[in-house]
Design a protein around this ligand. Structure first.
Ligand SMILES: C[S@@+](CC[C@H](N)C(=O)[O-])C[C@H]1O[C@@H](n2cnc3c(N)ncnc32)[C@H](O)[C@@H]1O
Length: 291
């Protein structure tokens, strides 16, 4: 795994999904299953609670700060996805646009893990506190001259941009289905609207030059059928990674759980339903190239 090459540090816990776990997934949602069957998917399983902030950066002396949004599994999976995008970029990516940058750990990880990388990053987030955390992580990593921090709403900002060639757009946007009318700010960093596609759909439909790379994080709950259709309309799929988490903090949340079960019943979400009734889901990371 990438981390080992840089630091000799033990990689975060990651186990190959067993055949039975894959079978459970097949039962969990056909859109997801069909999508996975078409591509070489890097499969795995995340053990709840096993990833710490120190696992997220490849250099032992760095002490990353995390944002109040602290779903570390998600950040870890997305870090590996951004790294996969940089490895794939041909011709090499010159600029990364990070929509919903949060702590910026994923782009820092990817830059530090990619040899000879001179990429510049525009980090966009609507949360000023998150941008503060981002700034301090970037400074601690010695990358300040490569970053620009932009306090903006991602879709409004994106709609003013015409993207240049050799850009890599990366996004781990809010993608969980959240019941409409939810006002509790705790859900803001993950609120992808009723079906989870509020941001995903905008990003996938934004005009991009042919060849633009898009590293997009989503999940088995964010209306996979719709997301897959949008992917297939405009992009070639370059890389897919999927990690199951048996017991997610959000799937067990009493406010979200009934809504997620309804979405699952409608076929607009694919939950992992464990024998004890607890719920899990699959993180899905895709590196896409605009056709
Ligand atoms: C799921 S977190 C991902 C954070 C980080 N990229 C990571 O992978 O760890 C989503 C981030 O998007 C930000 N965000 C939420 N809605 C946003 C919006 N409309 N515009 C810009 N940023 C937004 C949140 O503040 C949060 O930092």
């Amino acid at each position: 795994m990438e981390m080992r090459a840089i630091s000799g540090k033990k990689p975060p816990p990651y186990t190959r999904a067993s055949e039975s776990a894959c079978r459970a997934k097949r039962a969990a949602g056909t859109a997801v299953t069909d999508f996975f069957s078409q591509y070489q998917v890097e499969r795995g399983r995340i053990v709840s609670g096993s990833i710490t902030a120190r696992d997220l950066l490849p250099q032992p002396h760095l002490e990353p700060r995390v944002t109040p949004f602290s779903a570390l599994h998600d950040t870890w999976q997305f870090s590996r996805l951004v790294h996969a995008m940089l490895r794939q970029g041909e011709p090499p990516i010159r600029t990364i646009i990070d929509l919903g940058a949060g702590s910026s750990i994923p782009t820092i990880y990817a830059l530090l893990c990619t040899e000879g990388c001179h990429v510049r990053v525009q980090a966009i987030d609507t949360d000023e506190a998150a941008l503060g955390v981002s700034r301090s992580n970037v400074e601690a990593s010695g990358l300040s001259d490569r970053y620009e921090f932009i306090h903006a709403e991602m879709i409004a900002w994106l709609s003013t941009q015409s993207l240049e060639r050799y850009t890599g757009v990366v996004a781990n946007p809010p993608y969980l289905p959240v019941p409409s009318g939810t006002t509790d700010p705790r859900y803001a960093p993950v609120d992808g609207g009723e079906d989870g596609t509020k941001y995903l759909a905008h990003i996938l439909q934004h005009p991009m030059p042919i060849g633009t790379y898009l590293a997009l994080e989503w999940c088995s709950l964010s209306h996979p059928e719709r997301v897959i259709a949008l992917i297939e309309q405009g992009f070639d799929v370059v890389h897919v990674q999927a990690n199951d988490i048996d017991r997610g903090i959000y799937t067990e949340d009493p406010h979200l759980k009934p809504h997620l079960l309804r979405q699952h019943k409608r076929g607009e979400a694919a939950l992992i339903i464990n024998e004890d009734g607890s719920l899990g889901w699959t993180f899905i990371g895709t590196v896409l190239r605009k056709r």
